[in-house]
Every structure is written in C-alpha cells, then in structure tokens.
Design a binder for this molecule. Structure first.
Ligand code: ATP
Length: 366
C-alpha cells in the first residue's frame, strides 16, 4: 500500500546540457524510512534532493510522492521541507519566533504559533528555550531548532542536505544519535544526503550509494558494508584492500582465485556465477584479516611488513605482497607486541569475510 510519505524515483535522469548529473535513478523510499544517499562530492546527491523538493525538474522520468506525480507541483506545494548545511536561522529572532516563522508566513495567529513552537521544542528535547536568542544556543541545539522549524509546516518528508558538516567531530557524532531519535519520534520520512559514510551507516534504515550520477547499490547499512555489489561500493564504503586476480574454479557459491599472493582457496562469490579464467578483484577489509598462527586457514597470504602505524585503539600494518600493499588493522589490546619492519607475516581470512567482484565493476571506480 502506498503511504503519503513514500517517495518514488521512477527512472529519473537529470541532465545539464550534455552532462548527466543523475542517471536513471529508480527506487522507492518507504514512508517513515531514514534513507540516505551516500557518495563523493559531485556524484549528483544534491541534484537528486533538489529534484524531490521541486527545485530541479527531471529531464526524464518522474518523482511520485504519496503516489502522486509531482511534475506540475511547485516546491511550496510539495509535502517536503528542506534543511541545508547552513541552517539559515534568523539571529535576531527568538528560538520560538524562528520555529514559528513559516507559520507566520502562512498567516497563523500569534497564540497558535507560540503553542506550536512550544510543542516542537518539546519534540526536539529543548523545552523552555523558546525565549532564548539563537546565538545563546550551542551548534547542536541550533541544528535541532532548524529541524523544528522545518517540521512546523508539518511536512511528510524531511530532506536534509549534509546538515551536520559544519559541526565539529564530537558534535557531529552526537547529532547522529539525536537526528535518528527525532526521526523515530516524528515518524516522518527522512531523506539525508552525505559524503560521510559514518553518518549514512549509523543513522539510516537504507543507504543508496551513488557514483557519477549512478545509484550503484541500495541496501541496509550492514549489507552495503558486508556485501558490496560493485567495486566502487567496496572501495568507497569503509576501508578495503583490493587484489586483482583470476577465477581458478567456482562452485556452490564460493570461488578459488589466483592472485599475486598465490592461490586463495575459498572466497564467497556473492551469488554471482564465475567461470575459470574470469578476471576479478578480491576485496578484503583490514579488520577481517588476521595474523595466521596455524596452517589450516583456507586463505593465506604471505608478505613482508613495511611499517605499522599506531592509531591508539588500533595498529595498521602495511604488508607488501609483490607489487600490491595490503593493510591489516589489529585492535590494540595492550598485550600484543608491534610488528617489526622487514618481518615476514602470514595473513589469513575466512571465505565469508571477503568479496570477489568481476573486474568490469572496477570501471566505475574513479
Ligand atoms: P557535493 O557533495 O559536492 O554537493 P553532490 O553529489 O551533491 O556534490 P551535485 O551538487 O548534485 O553533487 O552536482 C552533480 C554534478 O552536476 C556536478 O558535476 C555539478 O557541477 C553539476 N551541476 C549541478 N547543478 C548544476 C547546474 N545547475 N548546472 C550545471 N551543472 C550542474
């Protein structure tokens, strides 16, 4: 059943002259979902968000909100509200006046405005701050006021364009939890765009990973991280090691690979069918590699330690395998000794802790 908070991108392409900023986006964002578009700068995220809010028209395809085609619906008639990185609060107005401003524009009376502002202040967990001036609030509190102001017009869908990027790291991390909590409290659809994978992974129900205008994968955060479907997603989301190779054999969901590190006996094939000789790339994350202490690991990679970096909670070892470098991260448990440069090390990983992808999907990596 269609909810009035559903957003459908129905084969949306957006071109500026000969340049394709969004290429055939096709997905449904469900009512009440926290949905993020994640991708590097210039991949088309903002353009797509502007298209949902009505400030950019699709060149092809259509946007449906609550099952209704938005083609001839102007931005101020859409059930959406947009929050920008610069919050655009009015510094000389009180917090309550800021929140109620969109209602004032719509001719709502003073008493009703104040009542609504107070309700919204409760909702964003800032009760009793209505008479403060904006400059008396912290960055995170201002962020919440901007959300309250967007919610004042009772939108069905809140569009957030990198709203945390102006905040410092600690506050940004704190606001992830806050934003998620607010979204769950109000039950609206949140469409969030960011180039920060940490933000997308921690807050979202689902994430769409975008690269040069193309949506490469739409999945829950764990699936995007654990089961990337393209080489771009594997490299962009989180840290990853890539080793190119060839399929030696493939059966029952697992493949053996010939790589510069020798024959690796078993890697999960992610539901794809491979033939012997197919060119492929093996992706294995630094935290999924272990220093091998025995001989029974299915996949073993022998190399030479070039250096090990100390990052406090973890150590990152850089291991040379022929021409390739592989990083392995180890938790600093306070017990294990650092590795010495020049040392030979054997790395191991289990079949389900790596991803093999066809080499053709590498074309999408920039
Ligand atoms: P960022 O995170 O840097 O904002 P983004 O992923 O949001 O990046 P967009 O702002 O959507 O990317 O831009 C996508 C591409 O479309 C860019 O190459 C940009 O230069 C181009 N573009 C966006 N708007 C226009 C426009 N009005 N006219 C021409 N080109 C545009």
């Amino acid at each position: 059943m269609t909810s009035n908070k559903d957003v459908v991108l129905d084969h949306v392409s957006i071109r500026f002259g000969a340049y394709t900023a969004v290429d055939n986006a096709f997905l449904t964002i469900k009512g009440g979902e926290f949905f993020s578009f994640l991708g590097p700068s210039g991949c088309g995220k903002t353009t797509l968000l502007r298209c949902v809010s009505g400030f950019v028209d699709p060149t092809e395809g259509r946007v449906l909100i609550g099952g209704k085609d938005m083609r001839d619906v102007s931005p101020n008639k859409r059930p959406t509200a947009l929050i920008f990185q610069n919050l655009a609060l009015f510094p000389l107005m009180s917090v309550a006046e800021n929140i109620a401003f969109p209602l004032e524009v719509r001719g709502v009376g003073r008493k009703e405005r104040r009542k609504r502002a107070d309700e919204l202040l409760d909702m964003i967990a800032l009760p009793g701050t209505g008479d403060k001036k904006v400059h008396e609030l912290s960055g995170g509190q201002r962020q919440r006021v901007a959300i309250a102001r967007a919610l004042a017009v009772e939108p069905d869908i809140l569009l957030l364009d990198e709203p945390l990027s102006a905040l410092d790291l600690k506050l940004r991390q704190h606001m992830r939890t806050e934003l998620r909590a607010i979204q769950q409290r109000v039950g609206l659809t949140f469409i969030y765009i960011t180039h920060d994978q940490g933000e997308a992974l921690t807050m979202s129900d689902r994430v769409a990973v975008m690269n040069t205008g193309v949506i490469e994968q739409v999945d829950a955060p764990e699936a995007v991280y654990n089961r990337p479907k393209t080489a771009f997603v594997a490299s962009f989301v989180g840290e990853n090691n890539a080793l190119s190779g060839k399929i030696a054999s493939a059966e029952s969901g697992y493949a053996a690979l010939e790589t510069p590190a020798g024959l690796l006996h078993g890697v999960a094939a992610g539901g794809r069918h491979y033939k012997p000789g197919d060119a492929c790339i093996l992706f294995v994350r630094p935290e999924r590699l272990m220093l091998a202490r025995d001989n029974d690991s299915v996949n073993r990679i022998v190399g030479t330690l070039e250096k090990e970096e100390f990052e406090g909670n973890i150590r990152i070892a850089h291991v040379r395998i022929g021409n390739a470098m592989i990083r392995i991260s180890r938790v600093n448990d306070g017990l294990s000794a650092p590795l010495a440069p020049g040392e030979n090390v054997t790395l191991a990983f289990s079949p389900d802790n790596a991803t093999v992808l066809p080499v053709s999907s590498m074309a999408e990596v920039d």
